[in-house]
Ligand binder design. Structure first.
Ligand SMILES: C[S@@+](CC[C@H](N)C(=O)[O-])C[C@H]1O[C@@H](n2cnc3c(N)ncnc32)[C@H](O)[C@@H]1O
Length: 297
């Protein structure tokens, strides 16, 4: 058997041997956490959890499991993220389906969830049902997390990508939230006439010229439309800001921002007294502004 084929033939191997072999392959491909990823992928090929595998490291892979692991290992070797190989990502304690059409939700976006929950807790909403609007919803991770955390709220997620909206709808169904979450294809806030209390958005914010220098996991596997924020990375913030007063009356708008963008985004939003939140790495990740009170009648 040729060396490469032998390296990726996992049938009949004990799980711990397969893990070591996959870890070596991934390490040679420059993957950052080869051991961790090898364990997760081997567990997935065996339809086990990583914890279950720890208790039974001598479990042998049969032919089908060996083939599945070989496929997973080759994909990770080509720098496809583990979450994309498995089609799932955990976010704020819940599991979301992801597809090639959606951004892989990032742990740093949990800062926006914490910020939104803080704002909701600190604001008087006059007893009305909170209405949340998520611009660029992707997998729906942000909107659906907030609706799960706020059982009295309802919301709408929009995106320019119809395939992303199909994933968001499926996640809403799986989380039992279809009754409180609506989705629509729309660019920014163009022509939108309804009003909301809380607007959240994690728009594409990478300057176009920087995309080529991103990690392969991001550059080749996140959709370009979820990354590219135009020449300076701020184009979508400008689009949303220009229509904000129309859809958000006496409410809060919270935006995720990229490294070093907080001041520019606060300036684009234009409202005095913006608030910011930092992620666990100390980077400002979320900028929020309160819109002025406007008579709704
Ligand atoms: C960075 S991703 C965020 C996805 C999801 N909200 C999250 O945090 O995981 C940005 C999303 O915005 C969508 N998008 C890009 N430009 C848009 C625009 N002008 N209006 C609405 N959605 C847009 C993309 O298709 C993509 O799904």
């Amino acid at each position: 058997m040729p060396a490469l084929e032998q390296q990726t033939n996992f049938s009949g191997l004990a799980a711990q041997v397969a893990i070591a072999r996959v870890a070596r392959m991934l390490s040679e491909a420059g993957v950052e956490h080869p051991g961790r990823d090898a364990r997760i992928l081997t567990a997935a090929a065996l339809s086990a959890t990583s914890a279950g595998l720890l208790l039974d490291p001598g479990r042998t892979l049969d032919d089908e499991e060996g083939r599945a692991l070989a496929g997973f290992a080759r994909r990770r070797q080509a720098r496809e993220p583990v979450s994309r190989i498995l089609g799932r990502r955990d976010f704020y304690g819940r599991s979301f389906r992801i597809s090639p059409s959606v951004l892989d939700p990032r742990p740093c976006s949990e800062t926006l969830i914490d910020a939104a929950l803080e704002v909701v807790r600190d604001t008087r909403w006059d007893g009305r049902r909170l209405r949340i609007f998520d611009v660029g919803t992707g997998s729906g991770a942000l909107l659906l997390t907030l609706l799960s955390e706020l059982p009295e709220a309802e919301g709408m997620g929009t995106d320019v990508c119809a395939d992303a909206l199909a994933v968001a709808r499926e996640n809403a169904r799986m989380l039992g939230l279809s009754g409180r979450a609506r989705f629509a294809e729309m660019r920014s806030l163009a022509g939108f006439e309804q009003t909301f209390d809380l607007l959240i958005s994690n728009p594409p914010y990478i300057p176009s010229r920087d995309i080529e220098s991103l990690e392969p996991e991001v550059r080749f596997f996140d959709p370009r439309g979820a990354l590219d924020g135009g020449v300076d990375g701020l184009e979508i913030y400008r689009e949303i800001a220009s229509d904000l007063p129309r859809v958000l009356h006496n409410g809060w708008a919270l935006f995720e921002v990229g490294a070093g963008q907080a001041q520019d985004v606060a300036a684009i939003l234009g409202a005095p007294g913006s608030r910011t939140w930092t992620d666990l790495g100390g980077h400002t990740r979320c900028v929020a502004v309160k819109t002025l009170s406007v008579d709704r009648s």
